[in-house]
Design a protein around this ligand. Structure first.
Ligand code: PLP
Length: 397
């Protein structure tokens, strides 16, 4: 149970919204207004020599970047940088084969962010609703509210898991107006997974014709046997879109490539509001194909990151602060008071960039797993910014 009053048993949203068990995000830009303050502006203005020297633990990236095979493949194709009609490296066929689907089941985008945007364009309109958790990856809700749609969200449970039953109830209650149901697994910002039973519950219990977007950006890091990808529901012909990205384990965040996998008729509907395939750069297509052909490297990176997450979390917990159980390349520390811009500035002074606040989980600091040196730097900065405290007995602190 959480120590802070009002965020205890019910979950992370107290007050009236918490009591009602849901939170409506009106098309008033309230989310855009949250979390992006002067610190973000200062960071955006950071010069590359300062940025390069930082331990960049704010955005859940792979600290090593792409595997060598991808860099080599991309270096080979600079000659196509000025072309539209360059040879195709077989991206669609390679990804389709990787998942056991057909190329027609896949829609690529400039990062999975574009897949999420396209879902909004295809399935939302003013007055429509997205059902999901709060907090989760908020870009979808930001996009929805900007276009006059509305996020209807259920607060997380006290252990950081998503309240699947409440989300299903919200889906049923708002049935007629729902554009799609959004499930992030494992969730961002918590890193907490949704079990395969709970994913099945969502797929089987929401109204049959409701679209479900399952965002598996952090799929590759999960090693908990209670998890399973939702790809089988696509193959069963359900109303499910699975979103994946090359930004995380494959280290291609700056190159921008992601995709959605779904039934062909769903993919066709999503394709309509796009301009075709020229949204993706030539280099990343080659880099991505090369990365998929090197599964051993993927396993190596996953084991390295997960191992370092465990070591770093143990070092933080040894100082008396609790960390949510993460299955991703980041974790959330309960600092038992709101994360402030002053805290983030203090970390930055110590050469570390950490995540912003994620309302309503204001007492939690999100930190990405970096290289060993970066994680060590973070632990030492953490000890300065948050002095040691007596270990608490309750889970999550
Ligand atoms: N979905 C989730 C859950 C994320 O955390 C992110 C980025 O952090 C994205 C999607 C978008 O990533 P990208 O556009 O780089 O694929």
């Amino acid at each position: 149970m959480y120590a802070r009053k009002g965020l205890s048993r019910r979950g992370f949203v107290g007050g009236v919204a918490g009591a009602l068990g849901y939170m409506g995000l009106k098309p008033s830009g309230d989310l855009l207004a949250s979390g992006f303050g002067s610190f973000e502006a200062a960071r955006a203005a950071m010069q590359s020599n300062e940025y390069d020297g930082m331990a960049k633990l704010a955005n859940n990236e792979n600290p090593w970047g792409p595997p060598k095979v991808s860099i080599d493949a991309m270096n080979e194709v600079w000659k196509y940088a000025g072309r539209y009609g360059y040879p195709d490296p077989g991206l669609a066929a390679t990804v389709a084969q990787h998942h056991g689907v057909e190329p027609g089941n896949i829609l690529f985008g400039a990062g999975s962010s574009e897949t999420l945007t396209v879902m909004g364009q295809a399935f939302l309109s003013p007055g429509k609703k997205i059902i999901g958790a709060m907090p989760t990856y908020m870009s979808v809700y930001n996009y929805a509210t900007a276009m006059g749609a509305e996020g209807i969200t259920a607060p997380l449970n006290a252990d950081g898991s998503q309240n699947i039953d409440a989300m299903i109830q919200l889906a049923k209650r708002n049935y007629r107006d729902v554009g799609f149901f959004y499930l992030v697994n494992p969730n961002n910002p918590t890193g907490v997974l949704v079990t395969k039973e709970d994913v099945a519950k969502v797929v089987n219990e929401v109204p049959e014709d409701m679209m479900i977007l399952i965002d598996e950006a952090y799929h590759h890091f999960v090693d908990d046997p209670r998890y399973e990808t939702a790809m089988k529901y696509v193959k069963e012909g359900r109303n499910v879109v699975v979103a994946r990205t090359f930004s995380k384990i494959y280290g291609l965040a700056g190159m921008r490539l992601g995709y959605g996998v779904a039934r062909t008729d769903i993919i066709e509907r999503m394709r309509r509001p796009t301009t075709g395939t020229q949204n993706i750069g030539a280099l990343v297509k080659y880099g991505a194909v090369a990365a998929l052909k090197d599964p051993q490297e993927e396993i190596r990176v996953r084991n390295l990151i997960n191992g370092m997450r465990k070591t770093t979390v143990a070092a933080i917990e040894a100082t008396g602060y609790k960390v949510l159980p993460s299955q991703a390349n980041f974790y959330m520390v309960n600092i038992r008071r709101p994360v402030t811009d002053a805290d983030r500035t203090a970390f930055r002074t110590n050469g570390v960039l950490v995540g912003r606040a994620f309302p309503p989980m204001n007492d939690f600091l999100r930190v990405s797993v970096g290289t060993e040196e970066e994680n060590t730097r973070f632990v030492s900065a953490f000890k300065k910014v948050f002095p040691a405290t007596a270990t608490q007995t309750s889970r999550g602190g």
